[in-house]
Design a protein around this ligand. Structure first.
Ligand code: ZN
Ligand code: ZN
Length: 370
């Protein structure tokens, strides 16, 4: 009996069944092709129109701005182009520019001086140009333009600062209206245009015209004047509650302390009424102080003269001893009348002049001091 065996499968080359496109599909393909073509033609036409019309105008004749992209997300292509401006910083991009060999960071500021090109200051120090990293040499001085400001900006800044300080221009409180509301008017003429800075600092409502009109009341005194003329002390003048003052930058030296300006009538009021009692009392005190000053000066002169006489006497004594003569007295003529003057120490006499006296004959000459 024959064993049943499965015959090996017959290797039949599989025929790929490619059915011809149905008319339906052919129609769709053709449709899509035409659509794409139409789109392409439209975009080309739009590009040409944009190129031929450099200044697009709205129907009303205004320059048409491209608002199509406004408020819309930009496409990736618009963002990531090759023509990134130089100033645009992007941390992802590492600079490819080769700067050559760089010094270590802590030596970046090391200056290798070329001594042949430097100014010889003859003093062993560097001039400002030779020392560009010296902060002390190049520090902007107070009241000078900082480096980051242009001249225009600096002028504007200074102008605004001045106006703000003086409460003028746009910093002036509403003219008239503010004064009326606060019940402030000129204490002399009743005008509403008062000086707001003075109102603020001196608590004195006065208009600019009256300030000029009554200088005996409304002129400003410097601190030195207040001290010398009204015998006020530094602590009194520094007490702003006692005597308010206006601070102004010193016109002669900008780095000096601000000038303190006092209002004359306020200083007089305080000096006459509170401190000295009356103008006469102030005068009396002034006389007394002047007299004291003169006496002190005279005393000083006398003591200096005394000292000089003592010195002279010992000198004359020694001289005479050397010469073998008798002991001389101050003012004695020594050795035959003619001599070369030997000038002693310069002292200030009662008139305030510098005087030197001859050690031997006592002759006085004025000395000029330079
Ligand atoms: Zn007035
Ligand atoms: Zn002499």
């Amino acid at each position: 009996m024959e064993r049943p065996a499965t015959p090996p499968p017959k290797a039949v080359p599989r025929q790929q069944a490619i059915s011809p496109p149905t008319p339906e599909i052919t129609r769709r393909i053709e449709e899509n092709r035409l659509k794409a073509k139409a789109l392409r033609e439209r975009s080309i036409a739009a590009q040409e129109a944009a190129a031929s019309q450099p200044t697009a105008r709205t129907p009303s004749g205004f320059l048409a701005e491209d608002i199509s992209s406004a408020g819309r997300k930009r496409s990736h292509a618009a963002l990531s182009t090759a023509n990134v401006p130089e100033t645009s910083r992007d941390a992802r991009i590492t600079p490819t520019k080769d700067d050559g060999i760089q010094p270590a960071r802590k030596f970046k500021k090391y200056v290798d001086h070329d001594f042949s090109k430097m100014t010889d200051t003859k003093g062993g120090f560097l001039s400002a140009e030779d020392d560009p990293f010296n902060k002390a040499l190049h520090a902007p001085k107070e009241g000078e333009k900082p480096a980051h400001m242009t001249l225009k900006e600096w002028e504007r800044h200074q102008l605004l600062k001045g106006l703000r300080n003086r409460k003028e221009g746009l910093f002036e409180p509403g003219l008239g209206l503010g004064a009326k509301e606060k019940g402030k008017k000129c204490r002399e003429c009743g005008s509403l245009e008062i000086d707001w800075q003075w109102e603020d600092v001196f608590k004195c409502d006065i208009c600019h015209r009256c300030k000029e009109k009554y200088p005996e009341k409304y002129s400003l005194l410097t601190k030195t004047e207040a001290k010398d003329d009204y015998l006020l002390t530094d602590p009194e003048l520094k007490d702003a509650e006692l005597l308010p003052h206006l601070s102004k930058p010193n016109p002669h030296k900008s780095h000096w302390h601000d000038m303190m300006l006092f209002l004359r009538y306020q200083v007089e009021e305080y000096a006459f009424k509170t401190k000295w009692g009356s103008a006469e009392a102030l005068d009396a005190e002034f006389e007394k102080r002047e007299a004291d000053k003169k006496k002190r000066k005279e005393d000083k002169f006398k003591s200096k003269l005394q000292e000089l006489k003592k010195k002279t006497r010992t000198e004359a004594y020694r001289r005479n001893n050397r010469g073998g003569g008798k002991v001389g007295q101050f003012g004695d003529r020594i050795g035959g009348g003619k001599h070369e003057h030997e000038w002693g120490q310069t002292v200030e006499n009662a008139d305030g002049n510098s005087v030197k006296t001859c050690v031997e004959c006592g002759m006085e000459v004025e000395e000029l001091e330079f």
